[in-house]
Design a protein around this ligand. Structure first.
Ligand SMILES: [Zn+2]
Length: 320
């Protein structure tokens, strides 16, 4: 018996708009999150106010173009949307299944470098249950990807759990771990406020290469060459670094397109490893099945891929 709550799919009651800058482009961006119909998932709608062109890209591991600095999805030859991971973490951490994210630039605003302001926006819009039951991607057997000392692993488990460990040479971070169930309450309380972080020496290199142009102490925890934390306000959580890595993992695994029923374990991981674990999972047709929240099997292992069906229906934004 699954310990996951029987629930209907959830979307926003009304649309909500946020303004910010892209952390990599440094460009201003306006983002409006609209309610989505059942089984829509999370779909990005990129509009171009100058050309009037627009295109849609579903948030799914199949639309991932790049995972090096952030998670970027897109449609080859048409365009892309970068830095989706903290917003995706907010949707899936908070239990939102369906939404259309309209953007007038090619990067999700970084806000304060965590998921907190996205959650505040969701609270402002309000959440509502929809007519259909939520669907889960149930892990049926272990799937593991290793890269040097790092690994990421999905394991069967009657619930939804994250076990993330990081280890850095720098004493300010050192070895930290987070191990817990991932309910909306736990996400909100223990994960959602953890900010992205970086080292001053790396930030300088990124700036010299025209990257991380929007990054500042307003949206990143920065560690100086003498191992001190540059931000005058200090940390938001005792182990903010591993909590942010957990936030990233929640956001990256959301690209499965469904809430995952299982444990995700990660050691010294990152966006690339998280993505490779999803690729390895979907490459093995017997490793997963889709059930609804009454534990009725919708897609059995070994059957034709459900993931194709999951990304094909794309709905336009609500214009009301
Ligand atoms: Zn991050």
């Amino acid at each position: 018996m699954s310990s996951l709550q029987n629930t209907k799919q959830i979307t926003l009651c009304e649309r909500v708009t946020m303004q910010g800058v892209g952390v990599h482009s440094g460009k201003p961006v306006s983002m409006t999150i609209h309610p989505g119909d059942v089984n829509t998932g999370i779909v990005f709608l990129r509009t171009d106010p100058v050309t009037g062109r627009e295109f849609e890209v579903p948030a799914n591991y199949k639309t991932v173009l790049d995972t090096r600095l952030c998670t970027t999805i897109g449609v080859a030859g048409r365009g892309m949307v970068a830095t989706i991971e903290h917003l995706m973490a907010a949707f899936f951490g908070y239990g939102i299944d369906n939404a259309i994210v309209e953007l007038d630039s090619n990067e999700v605003p970084v806000m304060d470098g965590s998921s907190r302001q996205f959650l505040d926006a969701f609270d402002q819009a309000g959440l509502k249950q929809q007519s259909a039951l939520r669907r889960y991607l149930k892990i049926l057997k272990p799937v593991r990807v290793e890269s040097g000392e790092s690994f990421g692993e999905l394991l069967p488990y009657a619930g939804r759990r994250f076990e993330v460990e990081i280890s850095f040479d720098c004493p300010t971070i050192g070895t930290q771990s987070f191990r817990d169930e991932m309910s909306p309450a736990i996400f909100r309380e223990h994960i959602s406020r953890a900010r992205t972080f970086g080292f001053m020496r790396d930030v300088k290199t990124l700036w010299a290469n025209n990257l991380a142009l929007g990054s500042s102490l307003d949206n990143s925890v920065v560690i100086d060459d003498d191992d001190s934390i540059v931000n005058p306000e200090g940390l938001r959580y005792e182990e903010e670094f591993v909590r942010h890595k957990t936030l990233d993992a929640v956001g990256d695994l959301a690209l499965a397109g469904f809430q995952i029923e299982g444990i995700y374990k990660s050691y010294r991981g990152g966006h690339t490893l998280n993505f490779k674990v999803l690729e390895a999972l979907f490459a093995d047709d017997s490793a997963w099945e889709i059930t609804d929240s009454e534990v009725r099997v919708i897609r059995e292992p070994g059957r034709a891929s459900y993931a194709n069906a999951a990304i094909s229906p794309v709905f336009g934004p609500e214009v009301s």
